[in-house]
Design a binder for this molecule. Structure first.
Ligand code: NAD
Length: 474
């Protein structure tokens, strides 16, 4: 039984002022595997005060000092890959291949921040002015449960690279990952106060970060509803806000596509991270003239997808993170049927032979239209919806008829048609015949999928204010 007793404030592990203990579960067995002591608003205020006190010195640190600190962070986090892997499997239930990626990503993303910092132009001459990029101040970093360690490391490394100090409010459901990252960062010997971590509830610790005038900027990854709330709350203190929110991403299958060849990409895009991914390709747009053929190939392919024990090498889809999330996904499977969509695969209840664990059958609906709730709302589970379209213009219109715009996938044989379609989709990222990732490129969403961008130089700029300096020549 893990007992996580401490928050991390001003370079020390401290007992929180908050008294509440929160249960941690293994979603594969439903057992309670630990408890974390949650901080409260007072803990958040202490952490913010520590970050404010550390800001003047850190904001004046040189590029070389920041790179050296980030390199120590990188070494310490990389050394904990196996511990992170174990925590990710136990408290989150990511299948092995995904879990390994999630365990290496925290160190990788720190290395990417170092790369960006090495070549970043903090100053440029514009006409007669010098434009100097200055750190905004204390950054509040709020993360979700679906890749907690990775989001902490990405946001923190970028904030520190820019010269900001930080208060981190990680997902309370991923406290084991947070604990491992905190111990690595402590070992890295960073100046006290430049980063602080307070475990706690969103509506308590997160809310204090959003309201407190000592926090200049919020970087948030999570649901669109909480993101909107943070913009509204942060407005009172004119906070800069970066939001990475939800998605309902289209996978556009063009009329010339080779269905057997593209089907692995269609299913991987849809079921990525057990469907608990903001980028998941959950709306599959298929030419009506080839719908039956697509359905047959999809049905055969999905029959090989296994939902079950994340530690088994045969597993493609792990459990949902919580009972609440499992019930929410079951609700949507019922809603889809009530709305008249047809189940092509999967459905309600546990996968055959399973008695415990928050597992969902890999589920695909077909004969849906883009107006039903399963096509419009983010389900955050392994539930995909096939939507037929008439022609290319109709496919683009359906792809864009959503309040989201985070990611899209275009699949087809003719590169020109693929690019023509890709360029007309309103989305922060469009992938063509690939699921590749480019960490130097900006990541973020159009519309309700977010505000601003993370990664690369765009991510750095989100923690900086340009200052124009004009000097008399006399
Ligand atoms: P969530 O919005 O419920 O919670 C995210 C974080 O916000 C948690 O740490 C939570 O405690 C905190 N929070 C909750 N209420 C708050 C409040 N009032 N003030 C401040 N903080 C508050 O999201 P979740 O369920 O943890 O994660 C799933 C969501 O995250 C999905 O919608 C998913 O699409 C989104 N997501 C987006 C990306 C992206 O990069 N765009 C990546 C991963 C997940």
């Amino acid at each position: 039984m893990h007992r996580i007793k401490h928050s991390y404030i001003n370079g020390e592990f401290v007992t929180p002022h908050g008294q509440e203990w929160f249960d941690l579960h293994n979603p594969s067995t439903e057992e309670v595997i630990g408890q974390v002591r949650l901080g409260d608003a007072e803990d958040a205020r202490r952490a913010i005060a520590a970050a404010q006190a550390a800001f003047p010195a850190w904001s004046r640190s040189t590029r070389e000092e920041r790179i050296a600190a980030l390199q120590r962070m990188h070494r310490a986090v990389a050394a904990r890959e196996d511990a992170l892997m174990e925590a990710i499997l136990t408290e989150y239930g990511a299948p092995l291949v995904r879990g390994r990626w999630m365990a290496t990503y925290p160190a990788d993303v720190i290395a990417q921040a170092i790369d960006t910092l090495e070549s970043f132009a903090f100053e440029e001459q514009v006409g007669s002015a010098r434009v100097i990029q200055s750190p905004v101040g204390v950054a509040g970093l709020i993360t979700p449960w679906n890749s907690n360690a990775g989001f902490i490391c990405n946001k923190l490394a970028t904030a520190l690279a820019a010269g900001c100090t930080a208060v981190i409010k990680p997902s309370e459901m991923s406290a084991m990952q947070t604990q491992i990252v905190a111990s690595a960062l402590h070992e890295a010997g960073l100046p006290p106060g430049i980063f602080n971590i307070v475990n706690g509830r969103g509506e308590v610790v997160g809310e204090e970060i959003a309201r407190n005038p000592g926090v200049a900027k919020i970087s948030f990854t999570g649901s669109s509803a909480v993101g909107q709330h943070l913009v509204a709350t942060g407005a009172a203190t004119m906070k800069r806000v970066t939001l990475e929110l939800g998605g309902k991403s289209p996978t556009v299958v063009l009329a010339d596509a080779d269905f057997p060849a593209i089907m692995p990409l269609v299913l991987q895009a849809g079921f990525v991270n057990s469907g608990q991914a903001c980028i998941a390709g959950t709306r599959i747009l298929v030419p009506r003239s080839r719908l039956t053929e697509f359905e047959q190939i999809a049905k055969e392919a999905v029959s090989h997808f296994r939902s079950g024990d994340p530690r088994s090498a045969d597993t493609d889809i792990g459990p949902m993170v919580s009972r609440k999330q499992w019930e929410r996904v079951q609700d949507y499977i019922r809603i889809g049927q009530q709305e008249g969509a047809t189940l092509l695969a999967g459905g309600e209840g546990l996968p055959d032979g399973m008695r415990a664990g928050w597992f969902v059958k890999p589920t695909i609906f077909t004969h849906a239209n883009n107006q039903v709730r399963i096509a419009r709302e983010e389900i955050f589970g392994p539930v995909l919806t096939i939507i037929p379209y008439e022609d290319e213009a109709d496919a683009i219109a359906i792809a864009n008829d959503t309040r989201y715009g985070l990611s899209a996938l275009v699949l087809g044989k003719n590169p020109e048609s693929c690019e023509r379609v890709a360029l007309q989709i309103d989305s922060g990222r469009v992938l063509v015949n690939t699921l590749a990732h480019e960490p130097r490129a900006p990541f973020g969403g159009f519309k309700h999928s977010g505000l601003g961008r993370e990664m690369g130089r765009w991510g750095m700029c989100a923690y900086l204010e340009p200052k124009t300096l004009l000097t008399s020549r006399n």
